[in-house]
Design a protein around this ligand. Structure first.
Ligand code: SF4
Length: 341
């Protein structure tokens, strides 16, 4: 990738309109980008709906060099895991086909700035932040692999990295994914998951309508500090107060992610504390089975504990779903993204 040229995948409609001196040409260029198959390795000399003279400006200022796919593996349940490489950084994405639509889990960083104890990515350390063009490119590549009856319509920022430590680029990528004429995902089809970076959460709630998922995983600060060290800076009470305030002011629904760990955070008392913490928050709890990896000191909760935990939360009136684990045999499941090839 050359330094002076920008990635076409990272341009907004407005920026493309300025380059092409016409909104209708910019719309034609975006239509082309999200329909062309396979995506060419370089910008062609002409594209439909744009005069070659106008397109020459784009070719001068931009390039189309998608990340290289280093590995691509399909699991028995159809989950597809990619390892990409761009400008010296490796990162992963996971395509999850389901009835009627597919979801892509994208990485926002190569490695991660945070150090969650239950997460394989944390062991890699931090590589670098990914640019918006690289975030959108993950969508562009995976789009072509979605099964015919299940087009790629959902994006979750739950791969490698803490999205709120790379928020400028994540917000730019969300804007691009939402813009017409393509990919034009609705805000409700995009979810950003955070380990609880409070300033980022505040900004995200001001600037984006997309879903926010809080990876909570604990019901006391001491427990959370062991799992997710940054909680010392932003304790549970502050994180949940923000969601409570937002719930009072809007119809926004928050996803609360909770990885169940055997004998650590899965007791009846934990479930009751979780219910108390979520009082006043418009929340849906997603219980996530822990996916093991070599050297991890935590084990997944036993199934009777998972069901008992779910029942307590559910009976309090909070919707509580048990997420199934997809792609764990290829290291594609939640918390397993660690560039294993
Ligand atoms: S759980 Fe998320 S924030 Fe925590 S180390 Fe893993 S990738 Fe980073």
């Amino acid at each position: 990738m050359s330094d002076h040229k920008r990635q076409l995948t990272g341009l907004t409609l407005e920026e493309l309109t300025a380059l092409l001196e016409s909104r209708s040409r910019a719309l034609a260029a975006l239509r082309w980008l999200y329909q062309v198959s396979p995506v060419p390795a370089a910008l062609p000399e002409r594209i439909p709906g744009v005069s070659p003279e106008a397109w020459a400006n784009v070719r001068k200022a931009c390039e189309l060099s998608l990340p290289r796919t280093v590995m691509r593996r399909v699991s028995a349940d159809g989950t597809l895991k990619y390892v990409f490489e761009a400008a010296g950084a490796r990162f992963e994405a996971v395509l999850i086909p389901a009835e009627g639509r597919s979801t892509l889990c994208v990485s926002s960083q190569s490695g991660c700035t945070r150090h969650c104890a239950f997460c394989a990515t944390a062991r890699l350390g931090f590589g670098r932040n990914l640019h918006a063009g690289e975030l959108v490119a993950q969508f562009l590549i995976a789009k072509g692999d979605a099964p015919a009856g299940s087009p790629l319509r959902n994006v979750v920022f739950m791969g490698m990295g803490e999205p709120f430590d790379n928020l400028d680029e994540v917000l730019r990528a969300i804007g691009i994914l939402e813009q017409p004429p393509a990919p034009q995902l609705g805000a409700s089809h995009i979810t950003v998951s955070t380990s609880g970076v409070l300033p980022g959460m505040e900004r995200f709630l001001r600037e984006s309508e997309s879903h926010l998922a809080l990876s909570l995983n604990a019901t006391t600060d001491a427990q959370r500090a062991e799992l997710m060290p940054q909680t010392r800076q932003w304790p549970l009470a502050q994180l949940l107060e923000l969601l409570r305030m937002s719930s009072a002011q809007s119809e926004r629904l928050f996803f609360v992610e909770y990885v169940l760990l055997d004998g650590f955070n899965d007791s009846d008392d934990d479930a009751r504390r979780l219910v108390a913490l979520l009082k006043g928050v418009r929340a849906r709890v997603n219980l996530i089975p822990h996916n093991g990896f070599e050297g991890c000191g935590y084990r997944p909760s036993r199934s009777e504990r998972v069901l008992a935990f779910q029942r307590i939360v559910h009976e309090s009136g909070i919707r509580c779903l048990l997420r199934s684990s997809r792609g764990d045999e290829i290291g594609a499941a939640c918390g397993q993204l660690a560039l294993r090839s």
